[in-house]
Design a protein around this ligand. Structure first.
Ligand code: ZN
Length: 461
């Protein structure tokens, strides 16, 4: 599927039904965009206040009165390849460690074609659910798959979606007391050299960047201590971000204490990871002093409510982490622990799960919308996306509330979350419409879906 022509002209997305601009506090939250936006090229030129017209001439108008307008959602953590192992009977009712031990041998059979198909399916699934920026954590590199990140870079470039790809790594196999099998573990030198190659080839740090690279050892229980420390040094030298899984389960804390003689946050500090360049997937099992230290370091947290509920891992202390100084963003996590890659539904799940921990008036629909937009942008270290404001990237989603589940709804923004929106109607990335008609897009994906399903069956055998 090819990418549409850029919007070279001034397009007024006029008078939407409702607007959420991404912010819930500070000057950005005060900005009135009720009259819509003017987009020119890849950026937002102007926010139009209620009842006003844009300044100057306009070349084209899109009447948005039947649509809710929001910044594109930003997914901060995924494992695209796991779309091939959704709902695998042997894994579906397991906690994290046995779940991983069931799946690793299957994942060790991944090929280049699997990665290509899985990346494309996951990206389209995310985009159809409102995501304009996707992050992936790929850490399975068997002998036939050394170019997995190159394959992903080709796919996201072809689709036109904004991306942060992370070069994952595993160096602690079963024979050394880790969880993964030997066949998916590489040497430290191999991983560090490939990380440098990928940063040089793909990482673009500029405003409006379509592709960024980050370094992402998989987890404390699959990576050696020296690789964690070396990776932090490499990231610092190349000024790229660091990512890993941390604080996901009690088992992980027990593993770290037993194997390393320290808790995960102490380990993070020991390896030189405590700083604003780091974002962590999950971030659940911390004590109050660890939350304070993570906040002081301005660590980002990729909050994954669905995965945390499916694996019964726990509830992320989002508001405590945010109060301490952490950035909170949203993520669907891999499709073997979520089984779907739906960003707008993830926000609904976050509201539901967080209300088991905090008061209902503290976890509002606007709070979770903020986590999925501006919050997620901060987690990925970006300030050019995540809010609707002049000069920001024109990444946005338009939602029509025409399903039965919305009938009788009063507040359109609350309806997106509480009535359970599941798909975007139109999606723009960097000023280009990637989805103009969601139904048509879905129909065009039928062939890809059939091929992906066939390769999923072949992988599991
Ligand atoms: Zn994950």
């Amino acid at each position: 599927m090819s990418v549409a022509t850029p919007t070279a002209t001034k397009l007024w997305i006029k008078d939407p039904l409702a607007v959420f601009n991404g912010a819930i506090s500070g000057p950005d939250a005060e900005r009135d965009c009720a009259g819509g936006l003017v987009v020119q090229g890849s950026t937002i030129l102007e926010c139009v206040a209620a009842g006003q017209r844009p300044t100057g001439t306009i070349d084209d108008i899109f009447d948005a009165h039947r649509y809710v307008l929001m910044p594109g959602l930003i997914n901060t953590h995924h494992h695209f390849y796991q779309t091939l192992t959704r709902c695998l009977p042997a894994a579906i009712n397991q906690p994290l460690f046995p779940w991983l031990q069931t799946l690793y041998p299957i994942w060790s059979g991944l090929t280049a074609k699997h990665i290509e198909l899985a990346t494309e399916i996951a990206c389209w699934e995310l985009m159809l659910s409102g995501a304009t920026t996707v992050a992936d954590h790929h850490y399975v590199f068997n002998h036939a798959l050394s170019d997995a990140i190159d394959i992903q870079a080709e796919v996201v470039g072809r689709l036109g979606v904004r991306a942060t790809l992370t070069r994952g790594s595993m160096s602690l196999s079963q024979k050394d007391g880790g969880l993964p099998p030997d066949s998916v573990v590489q040497s430290e030198q191999q991983m560090l050299e490939d990380s440098q190659r990928l940063i040089k080839r793909y990482h673009d740090a500029d405003d409006g960047s379509m592709l960024q690279l980050a370094l992402a050892p998989c987890s404390p229980f699959s990576v050696t201590q020296s690789l964690m420390c070396e990776t932090a040094q490499l990231a610092k030298r190349h000024r790229v971000r660091l990512h890993t899984h941390l604080g996901e389960t009690i088992d992980e804390n027990d593993f770290c204490l037993k194997k390393l003689g320290m808790r995960p946050v102490d380990y993070l500090e020991h390896c030189g990871w405590m700083g604003p360049q780091t974002w962590l997937a999950h971030g659940i099992h911390f004590d109050p002093s660890e939350i304070r230290r993570l906040g002081e370091a301005q660590i980002g947290i990729a909050y994954c409510p669905t995965s945390n509920m499916v694996l019964a891992s726990g509830i992320c202390p989002t508001l405590d982490l945010a109060a301490a100084g952490c950035h909170i963003g949203m993520a669907v996590d891999g499709s073997a622990s979520n089984d779907s890659s739906n960003m707008i539904q993830e926000l609904r799940h976050s509201l539901m799960q967080q209300r088991l921990r905090y008061r209902a008036d503290q976890i509002t629909h606007l709070q979770v919308l903020n986590w999925g937009t501006q919050g997620s942008a901060s987690v990925l270290g970006r300030d050019d996306i995540g809010v609707l404001a002049p000069g920001k990237q024109a990444d946005l989603g338009l939602y029509q509330l025409d399903g039965l589940n919305f009938s009788g709804a009063h507040d359109p923004l609350a309806a997106l979350i509480l009535c359970g929106a599941s798909q975007v109607s139109k999606l723009m990335v960097a000023g280009k419409w990637l989805i103009e008609d969601a139904e048509q897009t879905r129909a065009q994906l039928n062939q890809l879906k059939a091929q992906h399903h066939q390769f999923a069956k072949q992988l599991v055998g």
